[in-house]
Structures are given as structure tokens and as C-alpha cells.
Design a binder for this molecule. Structure first.
Ligand SMILES: *[C@@H]1O[C@H](CO)[C@@H](O)[C@H](O)[C@H]1NC(C)=O
Ligand SMILES: *[C@@H]1O[C@H](CO)[C@@H](O)[C@H](O)[C@H]1NC(C)=O
Ligand SMILES: *[C@@H]1O[C@H](CO)[C@@H](O)[C@H](O)[C@H]1NC(C)=O
Ligand SMILES: *[C@@H]1O[C@H](CO)[C@@H](O)[C@H](O)[C@H]1NC(C)=O
Ligand SMILES: *[C@@H]1O[C@H](CO)[C@@H](O)[C@H](O)[C@H]1NC(C)=O
Ligand SMILES: *[C@@H]1O[C@H](CO)[C@@H](O)[C@H](O)[C@H]1NC(C)=O
Ligand SMILES: *[C@@H]1O[C@H](CO)[C@@H](O)[C@H](O)[C@H]1NC(C)=O
Ligand SMILES: *[C@@H]1O[C@H](CO)[C@@H](O)[C@H](O)[C@H]1NC(C)=O
Ligand SMILES: *[C@@H]1O[C@H](CO)[C@@H](O)[C@H](O)[C@H]1NC(C)=O
Ligand SMILES: *[C@@H]1O[C@H](CO)[C@@H](O)[C@H](O)[C@H]1NC(C)=O
Length: 402
């Protein structure tokens, strides 16, 4: 009975265009957040999360896949947008199976989930924050503002990366007549590494070129190391500062700062506050510093280098540690993107090629060169996960109780 209904709905959907598919309804896990002002306090927002489009099943009316084994689109079924829209539908996500669960203002993301065949399989989810309308992404306009959240990185070993960041995606996810789901189905991803995906802002990838956009990594972390990094792009978004000027306390010589039992004890949750300070303290000025402060228990923990010019990312500091910062407009470019508005992304991932060495190995952290091998993580830490909670944003000083 259910199967018949599903097929009937599928045919209906296919008559229209590339619409949401019939098998799994898309039900966004609710994740409340709060928008704060100095005088009005914090107001709870009924936001939710949506799984990235690339994680979804695209299929024909006969349930044949519209993607190939290498992740690209089947060029027969998707020779052009109109054909793709006629031939293929996109399915809703099973969030538990994708490694994402939420409760109130808290979200847990898992690297591995139970496989139907026994053992585990890598889910490595990436999700975005949807507005209360569930139609568009929340556009975070954080220039001259601050952003706070709680994180529990205790179950992230060497080689894992629990990430919370901003990308300058279109708020609609590039919704168009051929891809009507848009942000509702997690479409439109871009970042400063210029990923090549099946669709670019809702339009078919036929050129094989990536989709670049400004990216602000608020936190990339595990229990052993962490970094926050602006990655500005050219205005025409054909290229970006891929390395960026990351601030990692361990690389700065603070080896017992972000550590289990360290100054910031990564065995327990804590609050991360990031402030985007402008030259004139307004929300229209030039981004002059990205400041960081932590709260754990009842302690306020300043960024690792407190005092001098070192307690924040400044344009001068970026230029000194990142040879390409100036070429991409440095903090000023990042600030304009923060002013226009960016989409909030969350992910958990590991890395088969470099084992996340840029985050936690050598001068960046205490992990050895093999600890981050995903097959080792899968064998020794199959329950590895990260918890993000209590997301708040607004005026400087408004998101953390005094
Ligand atoms: C969020 O939902 C709750 C419960 O439905 C409602 O009381 C509240 O007003 C909503 N908040 C906003 C900002 O719409
Ligand atoms: C593309 O789809 C067609 C029709 O379903 C199928 O015959 C063909 O084998 C597919 N090609 C690839 C490379 O998957
Ligand atoms: C979603 O996936 C979970 C775990 O794999 C499974 O137990 C559950 O039945 C699935 N839900 C639906 C609606 O298919
Ligand atoms: C959601 O979108 C509506 C309409 O565009 C807007 O008024 C509201 O401020 C948005 N809320 C958030 C949390 O972005
Ligand atoms: C993305 O798509 C939307 C909706 O079609 C469009 O308004 C916007 O200009 C596009 N953005 C870019 C950078 O192509
Ligand atoms: C993007 O387009 C190129 C050229 O058509 C193709 O080779 C590649 O597989 C596509 N990638 C994805 C992820 O669709
Ligand atoms: C993009 O902008 C950069 C710097 O402004 C310029 O050098 C480059 O030629 C531009 N590329 C395109 C394709 O317009
Ligand atoms: C901005 O605010 C800071 C901290 O309150 C203050 O020290 C500084 O003088 C202000 N700068 C301007 C240009 O108003
Ligand atoms: C707060 O600090 C006091 C001492 O200043 C300490 O006794 C108490 O345990 C702390 N509370 C927490 C939750 O850390
Ligand atoms: C590297 O670290 C992993 C995980 O902590 C450990 O299992 C392994 O023995 C270490 N290898 C070496 C060569 O020290």
C-alpha cells in the first residue's frame, strides 16, 4: 500500500520537474538558536538543520541512480538542467542514518553510523542552519557582531574535525524552476576550497569548475587541537585564500592550552565566543580584528595569546603568517562578506589523504603521523562525535551572561 502510494507520488512529481522525491519525506531536525541584542536580551529562534544536497539520493521514476559511482551526474539522464529536472528527483534525508540528531538547542553529529550489513559506515554529515520558515538559510550578518556556541569535542580523537563555519552561500540555496527544493534540500554549497559538485548554486555543473565563496572557519577542532581561520575570496569568486591565516594555539607555542586537562579542558564542554570587531565599532565599518574568548565552568578564558597585539586575528597578523592574505583582500574582504551575510555550516569529517595533519600534527598539534588514519579511527573510535549547542548571535557583549 505504501509502496503503491510512493510510486504514484513519484510519477506525479516527475511530471513537473526535478522535485523532491517520494520515498523519504524531508523532515528538518529542529535546532533552536537565539538572536541577541544589548538591550533586548536573547530571543529564541525556531531554526532547524538541513543535510547537504550532495549527500542525497537522486533517482529516476524507476529508482535508478542519477549519479555515477564517482559522484558526478549521469550525463545521459542529466545532459542539461531541463532533462535532469524531467528525469530525476531528489530524496529527503534520514537524519539518524546520516549521523545527525538534535534536541532543543543541541545537535550531535557522528562520523560513523551502524551499517545495515553490520559494523559501521562513515556518515560524515554536513548540515546548514535553516530559517524558521524552513525555506531559506539563516543569513548571518556578523560584521560588528559576535557569535557564541557551546561545543563538546571530548569524543573527537586525532584526525577528526568537528567544524562550525560560515560560507557565503545564497540564502535560497540557488532555488530555481529546475531545482525547486533549494535550501530546503541543502543545495548551493560553496566554500573557499572551491569544491566541484553536481550543482553550482542550483545550476548543473557542466564545466567541471568548482564553486568558490568567502568562508569564515569559526572552529575546526578535535580534543587535541583547534583553529579559527578567515578565507576571503576575490570579489568575482574565482579563487580564494585556501590556506587562510589560521589561529591555532598549539602552533603559537601554547601546547597545554587546548588539551585534555589543559587551560581549556577539552574533556568537558565550553562556550566559544567570536567577535568580529570593526575599525569604528559599527556594523558597517572595516573588519579590523577577529577576537576569541572562551567560558568553561565559571571561568573566562582569554584566547591563548593575551596581551600585545596577539590576542586576536588582525590584518597585520594575517599578512605576517599568510603570504596570500593581501592578494585576497585580507580581513577587509572577509568583513564585507560578514556584512552581506553568510550561511552557518556544521560538519564532522576525517581525511584519507593527509590524516588532518594541518590541524593536529607536527607544529600544529600533538598527534602522530598515523593517528588520524580514518581506518584506525573507525577501528578504535567508532562512536566519535561532536556536540554543538546554545548557538547565539548579536551585539558585541550580548550573547554571554556577565
Ligand atoms: C518559536 O516557537 C514557539 C513555540 O511554537 C513560539 O512560542 C515562539 O514564539 C517561536 N519563536 C519565534 C521567534 O517565532
Ligand atoms: C546512466 O543512466 C542510464 C539510464 O538509466 C543507464 O543506462 C546508464 O548505464 C547510466 N550511466 C552510468 C555511467 O551510470
Ligand atoms: C532511519 O534510519 C534509522 C537508522 O538507520 C532506521 O532505524 C530508521 O528506521 C530509518 N527511518 C526511516 C523513516 O526510514
Ligand atoms: C527568517 O526569515 C524571515 C523572512 O525573510 C526574516 O524576517 C527573519 O528575520 C529570519 N529569521 C532568521 C532567524 O534569520
Ligand atoms: C544563486 O542563485 C540565486 C537564485 O537563482 C540567484 O539569485 C543568485 O544570484 C545566484 N548567486 C550566484 C553567486 O550565482
Ligand atoms: C562536473 O562536471 C565535469 C564536466 O562535465 C564532470 O567531469 C564532473 O564529474 C562533474 N562533477 C560533479 C561532482 O558532478
Ligand atoms: C578575478 O579577480 C581577480 C582580481 O581582481 C583578477 O585578477 C581576475 O582576472 C578575475 N578573474 C575573472 C575571471 O574575472
Ligand atoms: C571601539 O570600542 C572599543 C571597546 O569599547 C574602544 O576601546 C575603542 O576606542 C572604540 N573605537 C572607536 C573608533 O570608537
Ligand atoms: C566556580 O568557582 C568556585 C570558586 O571560585 C568553585 O568553588 C566552583 O566549583 C566553581 N563552579 C564551577 C561550576 O566550576
Ligand atoms: C600514534 O597514535 C596512535 C593513537 O594515539 C597510537 O595508537 C599509535 O601507537 C601511535 N603510533 C606511534 C608510532 O607512536
Amino acid at each position: 500500500m505504501h509502496a503503491i502510494t510512493a510510486v504514484a507520488c513519484g510519477l506525479l512529481a516527475l511530471v513537473k520537474a526535478q522535485q523532491p522525491g517520494p520515498v523519504t519525506p524531508e523532515v528538518h531536525p529542529p535546532l533552536t538558536t537565539a538572536k541577541c541584542t544589548t538591550h533586548g536580551g536573547c530571543v529564541v529562534q525556531n531554526t532547524s538543520v538541513v543535510l547537504d544536497f550532495g549527500f542525497r539520493w537522486l533517482h529516476t521514476a524507476n529508482y535508478a541512480s542519477c549519479t555515477t559511482s564517482t559522484g558526478g551526474l549521469n550525463t545521459t539522464l542529466c545532459a542539461n538542467e531541463a532533462a535532469c529536472a524531467q528525469n530525476c528527483v531528489v530524496e529527503g534525508a534520514n537524519y539518524t542514518a546520516a549521523g545527525v540528531t538534535t534536541s532543543g538547542s543541541s545537535m550531535t553529529m557522528r562520523q560513523y553510523v551502524d551499517a545495515s550489513t553490520g559494523g559501521v559506515s562513515s556518515a560524515s554529515p554536513r548540515v546548514y542552519l535553516l530559517n524558521s520558515t524552513s525555506q531559506d538559510y539563516v543569513l548571518f550578518q556578523l560584521l560588528g557582531q559576535e557569535f557564541s556556541f557551546d561545543v563538546d569535542v571530548s569524543a573527537l580523537p586525532c584526525g577528526e574535525n568537528g567544524a562550525l563555519y560560515l560560507s557565503e552561500m545564497d540564502a535560497s540555496g540557488g532555488r530555481n524552476p529546475y531545482q525547486t527544493g533549494g535550501a530546503t534540500y541543502g543545495s548551493g554549497y560553496c566554500d573557499a576550497q572551491c569544491p566541484v559538485e553536481t550543482f553550482k548554486n542550483g545550476t548543473l555543473n557542466t564545466s567541471g569548475t568548482g564553486y568558490c565563496c568567502n568562508e569564515m572557519d569559526i572552529l575546526e577542532s578535535n580534543s587535541l587541537a583547534a583553529a579559527f581561520t578567515p578565507h576571503p575570496c576575490f570579489d568575482n569568486s574565482t579563487n580564494c585564500d585556501k590556506s587562510g591565516c589560521g589561529f591555532n594555539p598549539y602552533s603559537q607555542g601554547y601546547h597545554n592550552y587546548w588539551a585534555p586537562g589543559g587551560t581549556l579542558d577539552t574533556r568537558k564542554p565550553f562556550t566559544v565566543t567570536t567577535q568580529f570587531i570593526t575599525n569604528d565599532n559599527t556594523t558597517k565599518g572595516t573588519l579590523s580584528a577577529i577576537k576569541r574568548v572562551y567560558h568553561q565552568g565559571n571561568r573566562t578564558i582569554p584566547s591563548a595569546i593575551s596581551g600585545g597585539a596577539g590576542d586576536a586575528i588582525s590584518a597585520t597578523w594575517c599578512a605576517s603568517v599568510d603570504g596570500t592574505a593581501a592578494e585576497f583582500g585580507n580581513l577587509a574582504t572577509m568583513g564585507r562578506a560578514l556584512e552581506r551575510g553568510m550561511v552557518l555550516a556544521f560538519s564532522i569529517w576525517n581525511d584519507n589523504s593527509q590524516f588532518m595533519d594541518w590541524l593536529d600534527q607536527g607544529s600544529n598539534g600533538p598527534c602522530n603521523s598515523t593517528a588520524g588514519n580514518p581506518s584506525l579511527i573507525e577501528a578504535t573510535d567508532p562512536t566519535t562525535h561532536v556536540v554543538f549547542s546554545n548557538i547565539k548571535w548579536g551585539d558585541i557583549g550580548s550573547t554571554v551572561a556577565a
